[in-house]
Each structure stands twice: as structure tokens, then as C-alpha cells.
Design a protein around this ligand. Sequence first.
Ligand SMILES: NC(=O)c1ccc[n+]([C@@H]2O[C@H](COP(=O)([O-])OP(=O)(O)OC[C@H]3O[C@@H](n4cnc5c(N)ncnc54)[C@H](OP(=O)(O)O)[C@@H]3O)[C@@H](O)[C@H]2O)c1
Length: 203
Amino acid sequence: MLGANGRTGSQLVRLALERDADVTAIVRSEDKRLDLEDDNLTTMLGDPCDPNFLSRAFRGKDVVVSTLGGRTPTKTATSVYYRSAEAIVEAARDTGLKRVLVTSTALLFPPRSLLDRLLPMIVRNTVSSARKMEQTLAGADISWTFARCGFLTDKDVTNYRAEIDHLPGNGSPVSRKGLASFLIDSIEHPDAICQVFGVSGPE
Ligand SMILES: NC(=O)c1ccc[n+]([C@@H]2O[C@H](COP(=O)([O-])OP(=O)(O)OC[C@H]3O[C@@H](n4cnc5c(N)ncnc54)[C@H](OP(=O)(O)O)[C@@H]3O)[C@@H](O)[C@H]2O)c1
């Protein structure tokens, strides 16, 4: 789990443990360690953009889920999308890991409104880094799933709507818990392999 201490990532770790999965949480430093005790939880400290570190983390694992994302829209912060994708691909090649799910932005879908046209100009670094991330993963020999979403909320709601190649309905915000549920539900779902999903909240 890359981005394990993030707001969506920590929800995902909790949900995965509830489903009896063995989880390795990757965080950058000791102070980012999750405040969670579970026999099925291992924590590794390191840089998720370092392929050598990821190779060590991926060995013997079935799937990697990344909810990494820049905390500000600067070029440097948003570069974590594509830099981690490049490292994931290299480490997956090295270890034979085949299943990767990542969060991305719904701004990569064709615009449906004026706001959809304006926002990519405002957060162009996010959009270009997310595009590069998706292209890097889609070009690799792995079974990928992209979860593109619009705005995220911290509501205590696990429901979500997900549709292939577009945001469902009016593209309402989705809770981080709902996004985490979508990712967990998709891990073993054959229909999710090599698909781009738009993920929204319930109507
Ligand atoms: N916020 C929204 O409305 C929105 C909309 C569309 C898509 N998304 C995407 O949805 C996903 C989840 O969002 P969120 O708000 O739950 O995320 P978040 O709480 O901001 O967590 C981001 C995670 O990425 C890590 N990270 C950021 N930069 C890093 C770097 N340079 N190196 C290593 N780790 C780095 C953070 O670790 P540290 O704590 O160590 O920094 C943290 O674990 C992200 O991919 C985000 O881009 C968000």
C-alpha cells in the first residue's frame, strides 16, 4: 500500500485488514507510521519513488495499491504520480508483481462542463503528471486499474458508484472511504483489469 498514511490510504489499510488481507504499509518516515496494531500489518519506511526500495517491498506480494498524490498543485509535489509509476513499473518487472491499482484525477476525462475546461488549466501539473502516470502503467506488462475521481470528502460513507471511462451521473464527490472500498473491491475483480473507472459518491 503506497500512500498508506494518507487520508484515502489509511482508510484502505483499515478496510483491507478487516477483510483479513496481509498488508504492507509504505510510509516515508517513522512519524508517518499508522496508529494501528494488527498481526497482518507490516510497515516499511522508504521512498515510494525509489525502484530499489519498491523491489524489496514488492517481493512475495500479490498486488500494489497506490493512493499517492501531491499535497499541493506544484510541479514538484504532483510529480509523485509519474515518478512513483516509473518506480512501480521497474520494481514490478524486477519482482514479477502483476496487479497495480492507482488513484488518479477525473480531469483526464473529456470535459462535460465549463468548470471541467477551466480546472485543468488551474491544476495543469496534476493533470500532466497523472496522464504520464497512467501512460507509464498502461504501457507496462501489468494488470492495471485506474480510479479517477473528482473531489474527495471525509464523510463516513463506504458507498460509491463506478463506471468505465466516465464519471457516473453528475460526478458527485466521493468519500475517501468510498474510494478505498472501490479499490479493495476491484483488486480481484476480473472486469476491473486494464480499465479506467470514474468513481463518484452515491446519488
Ligand atoms: N483531494 C481531492 O479532492 C482529490 C481529487 C482527485 C484525485 N485525488 C487523488 O486521490 C488520491 C487520494 O487523495 P487523498 O486526499 O486521500 O491523499 P492525501 O491524504 O493527500 O495523501 C497523499 C499521500 O501521498 C504521499 N505523498 C505525497 N507526496 C509524496 C512524495 N513526494 N513522496 C512520497 N509520498 C508522497 C503522502 O505522504 P506524506 O504524508 O509523507 O506526504 C500521503 O501518503 C490521490 O492520488 C489524490 O491525488 C484527490
